[in-house]
Ligand binder design. Structure first.
Ligand SMILES: [Zn+2]
Length: 139
């Protein structure tokens, strides 16, 4: 993952861009590289949420069939969507619950990362366009 920042910077300095724009591009490209490093540090992640399920088991004679008894549980499950369809997995142990919560938290970090990465890249593209404006005018 050592793509074009260097090359882009070179092509920009070859243009008659203002020093301010160049400084901004350099700063944004630095931020872009920082973000790429951060992505490598985000652990495995998944979308979803941990939900607590309380429900009757349906066995005749079980105390949960009494009126007013909420049922068994709470049983914690991981609920998530794939292609618009809701799935759920049981989280049978406290360790499984902790792991699922950690993975969901990592997913939120990834979403934040994604938003900023998109923003930084769009800013770089805008500035590159601005830096090349004089050439484009003569086209
Ligand atoms: Zn029951």
């Amino acid at each position: 993952m050592t793509p074009s920042p260097g090359r882009a910077a070179v092509s920009v300095t070859a243009r008659p861009a203002s020093a301010d724009v160049q400084d901004e591009i350099v700063a944004l490209e630095r931020r872009r590289r920082e973000l790429l490093d951060q992505l490598a540090a985000i652990g495995p992640f998944r979308s979803g949420s941990v939900t607590a399920l309380i429900r009757p088991c349906g066995k005749p004679g079980c105390r949960c069939s009494e009126p007013g008894d909420p049922g068994h549980g709470p049983n914690l499950r991981l609920t998530y969507k794939v292609d618009g369809k809701t799935h759920s997995e049981s989280l049978p142990t406290p360790a499984a619950v902790r792991r699922a919560r950690r993975q969901i938290a990592a997913f939120r970090r990834f979403q934040q990362w994604n938003r900023e990465f998109v923003k930084v890249n769009a800013s770089i593209c805008r500035l590159l366009a601005a830096a090349r404006e004089p050439e484009r005018v003569s086209r």
